[in-house]
Design a protein around this ligand. Structure first.
Ligand code: ATP
Ligand code: MG
Length: 288
């Protein structure tokens, strides 16, 4: 690798993706300064550079190779993205793209939209959806504040991003169809140089270690020696649980790693099996 090869990552400058994108980089042990107003920054301890952009522009920059990779919502990647690869799903900024109509109107099914006007910032995704449903509607593309369109007489429905639904509700709208479920993803240039791919693999390895750490907990518990076998049966562990004798010869301490999804179930079973003094500790990084 030549010494000056760097991987360029485009992230949203200011918005709903920014904080978690920066956190992901930070938790991957990559240090850089992101002072306000800065549009570009270089990592101090990893061959990476950062571009801070509007999220709408990121797919094009990545497709053109101005940036090698970028972090955007799937909604933006699908709407704007052509000639880009989806490299990895990141699990944050979860939301959905939905159709909504004034809440006092009775909704009879997607046929409601036949001949209707729909305001959206996602004309391409909406058109694809309507085509699939064989509905023809008039799409009004607007770039923001889509949810006020019905109340000012601009459209009879909207297609917009929803997370809790409270923005829709406060604008007198109700969600009637979900078009797309979205989360933040890493997108990548399709013709990335081999040297950059090597850096990308290192970055992905770090990100995955952080994600696995978050999905798992380290647990420590005390058990009477005659219960150890039963308790070990309940604990998966990375290879097998650690068993350490306590000063009290009849007792041992057992350490293991438990997945977040099965966590409460496992804890209850452990307690029933005679475990005491159960401690649960977060894992910063996990390499398996
Ligand atoms: P920019 O100025 O960069 O164009 P924006 O206003 O288009 O920003 P944001 O509102 O910051 O975009 O949202 C960025 C992305 O975050 C969206 O494209 C979507 O993927 C996701 N997102 C939007 N709203 C929510 C929400 N309420 N909860 C979680 N994620 C969301
Ligand atoms: Mg945007």
């Amino acid at each position: 690798m030549t010494n000056n090869t760097v991987l360029r990552l485009a992230i949203q400058r200011k918005g709903r993706l920014s904080e978690d994108s920066l956190l992901l980089i930070k938790e991957s042990g990559i240090k850089f300064s992101s002072g306000t107003g800065k549009l570009k920054s270089k990592a101090r301890n990893f061959p990476m550079e950062f571009l801070f952009l509007r999220d709408d522009d990121i797919p094009d920059y990545v497709a053109d190779g101005v940036a090698d990779i970028g972090i955007v919502g799937e909604n933006v990647a699908i709407e704007k993205g052509k000639n880009i690869d989806v490299v990895k799903k990141l699990g944050f900024s979860k939301c959905r793209l939905s159709l909504a109509i004034p809440k006092e109107i009775e909704y009879t099914g997607v046929g409601y939209f036949e001949g209707a006007s729909i305001a959206t910032s996602y004309p391409k995704i909406l058109q694809d959806y309507l085509d699939k449903k064989a509905v023809s509607a008039d799409i009004h593309e607007i770039s923001g504040s889509v949810e006020i369109a019905p109340s000012i007489g601009l459209a009879s429905g909207v297609c917009d991003i929803v997370s809790s639904g409270s923005t829709l509700l406060s604008n007198g709208l109700k969600e009637v169809e979900t078009i797309l479920n979205s989360e933040a993803i890493i997108i990548g240039n399709q013709r990335m140089a081999e040297e950059k791919k090597i850096i990308l693999d290192k970055l992905l390895f770090r990100i995955e270690s952080v994600q696995k750490g978050k999905n798992n907990k380290y647990i420590l518990l005390n058990a009477p020696n005659d219960k150890i076998e039963e308790i070990i049966e309940l604990l998966p562990g990375m290879r097998s649980p650690t068993v350490v004798p306590l000063a009290d010869k009849k007792w041992s301490s057992i350490h293991s790693v438990v997945n977040e999804d099965e966590f409460w179930e496992v804890i209850e079973k452990l307690r029933d099996a005679g475990a005491e003094g159960i401690l649960v500790v977060p894992i910063e990084k996990m390499i398996v």
